[in-house]
Design a protein around this ligand. Structure first.
Ligand SMILES: O=P(O)(O)OC[C@@]1(O)O[C@H](CO)[C@@H](O)[C@@H]1O
Length: 323
């Protein structure tokens, strides 16, 4: 069972434009769609599409449009009942695949609701193989909450994955290596935030086809954190650095439609592959195949196994040195 936690879920509204977004003008959009979203929800949806058991944990009031959306797709979830509607996040997509996102802060969470969510997570983790802690935290949730949760989960047999950003990521980083996390999924910017590496340098090297500095930065984080580092590289793919080695994977060419949820699909692919006890290289292959399949789908749609081009993902083992 893969349990996901989304403390700040969203209804994702995607607006499709006929051309480039022009700020300050009226644009006639082509279409719009609304889907249940939030990072953990997206991970659960991809896991569900792969036919594996999953439960999404989130705060939402009974009857919230987000839950109606999850009921429509038959996703198993457990909630802490709150009063306010789940936030709506807006995505604007342009024909070349450029994706612009406007995310709201989410509704403040009361201490009582946060305690109830924490208890629900610990209870659900008892039967979980993985607990994935995903996304931003709404106002009222301390930045250290993920780090505190990881400590609460440490005595249990589940493994813990973390995919967050900003202050909660900084707090997780500050708690390392004492915090029991099995895999962390930063993008390159977050990798730099966690290690103090020079983002410009990593981006310039990557643009020139040299992922060495990024791999070495991921190795530094792996050594500091003591956990696997699955770093997403956007259209360039992803890398995985574990205590055993380092791997780089590049995706097949795709026509990007919406990159929303691609990182979540990447994490889902990685977690699913661990259930099959796949090698690190095969875990990374599955992760990248999931991420690139998600980017080729409109809105926040989760890919299904039939969307994956596994054989077209190129995985190579690479040397890494901590910097
Ligand atoms: O505001 P957060 O929690 O960082 O991210 C929320 C979000 O952008 O993440 C998902 C895509 O990864 C979307 O479904 C959702 O709108």
């Amino acid at each position: 069972m893969i349990v996901t936690v989304t403390a700040n879920p969203s209804v994702d509204r995607t607006v499709t434009l006929p051309g480039p977004l022009v700020r300050g003008s009226v644009t006639r959009a082509l279409a719009s769609r609304a889907e249940p979203g939030g990072k953990g929800v997206n991970v659960s949806r991809a896991v569900q599409m792969a036919g594996m058991p999953t439960t999404a944990l989130l705060p939402a009031r009974s009857g919230d449009p987000l839950l109606t959306g999850l009921d429509a797709v038959g996703l198993r979830y457990r909630t802490v009942d709150v009063t306010a509607d789940v936030r709506s996040n807006l995505t604007v997509t342009e024909p070349d695949g450029t994706t612009t996102k406007l995310n709201l802060p989410g509704n403040p969470m009361s201490p009582a609701d946060l305690s109830a969510l924490t208890a629900l997570i610990v209870e659900s983790a008892a039967t979980a193989t993985w607990v994935a802690l995903c996304g931003s935290l709404p106002p009222g949730v301390p930045d250290s909450w993920y780090a505190d949760l990881a400590s609460l989960l440490a005595p249990l047999s589940c493994r813990v994955a973390v995919d967050t950003s900003g202050a909660p990521l900084t707090a997780i980083r500050a708690a390392m290596p004492d915090v029991a996390v099995d895999v962390i999924k930063p993008n390159v910017e977050e990798l730099c935030e966690m290690t103090g590496a020079d983002l410009d340098l990593l981006e310039r090297s990557a643009d020139a086809g040299d992922f060495g500095p990024t791999l070495d930065t991921a190795r530094s984080l792996q050594q500091l954190a003591g956990c696997a580092v699955l770093a997403t590289l956007g259209a360039a793919g992803a890398l995985l650095v574990t205590a055993e080695g380092g791997w780089l994977a590049t995706p097949p060419p795709i026509v990007p439609v919406s990159t929303v949820g691609a990182g979540d699909a990447t994490l889902a692919g990685y977690l699913l592959a661990t259930l099959d006890e796949a090698t690190p290289a095969e875990r990374l292959r599955r992760a990248v195949a999931y991420g690139s399949a998600a980017a080729a789908l409109a809105g926040t749609q989760p890919p299904t196994p039939s969307d994956l081009a596994l054989a077209a993902v190129h995985v190579s083992e690479v040397a890494t040195h901590a910097v």
